[in-house]
Design a protein around this ligand. Structure first.
Ligand code: 2BA
Length: 108
């Protein structure tokens, strides 16, 4: 079994959640915050059998889109003076997927 940790944009979270339920995958949805943009995103925890990992990834690929988010440089932490107030495009997503080995899984 694997634990999939999947970070998506809030905009895509409901669509992904519905698609997972439709395909009978159990998931836990957490509200999270990106360290770079400091904006809300959504993290899914999915315990999946090894043979289902690729199917989950393909559902994620279908439902989560890459987007460009314009950000003022001064909102991104260090803001060197000549660039203060300038806007840069940061591309986010579709999704960041970690797949971890599960040592044990039980309901007690
Ligand atoms: P954020 O940390 O808010 O990052 C948003 C987007 O900003 C990232 O999109 C990436 O394109 C860009 N970015 C992040 N750090 C950067 C940096 N130091 N310099 C330039 N651009 C940078 P994604 O890669 O699609 O990541 C989306 C979200 O997934 C991240 O939100 C973070 O919450 C999570 N994430 C990504 N990689 C991670 C990792 N290695 N470990 C834990 N969480 C991660």
């Amino acid at each position: 079994m694997k634990m999939m940790v999947i970070i998506v944009q809030d905009t895509d979270a409901n669509k992904l959640q519905s698609a997972l339920v439709e395909a009978s995958f159990q998931a836990t949805k957490l509200s999270s915050t990106g360290g770079f943009l400091r904006q809300g995103n959504t993290t899914f925890l999915i315990g999946a059998e090894n043979e289902n990992v690729e199917q989950v990834k393909s559902i994620v690929k279908k439902t989560c889109k890459e987007r460009t988010k314009p950000q003022p440089i001064n909102s991104l932490g260090a803001s060197p003076e000549p660039y203060f107030g300038q806007i840069i495009d940061v591309s986010v997503g579709g999704a960041v997927v970690f797949v971890l080995n599960v040592e044990s899984f039980e309901r007690v």
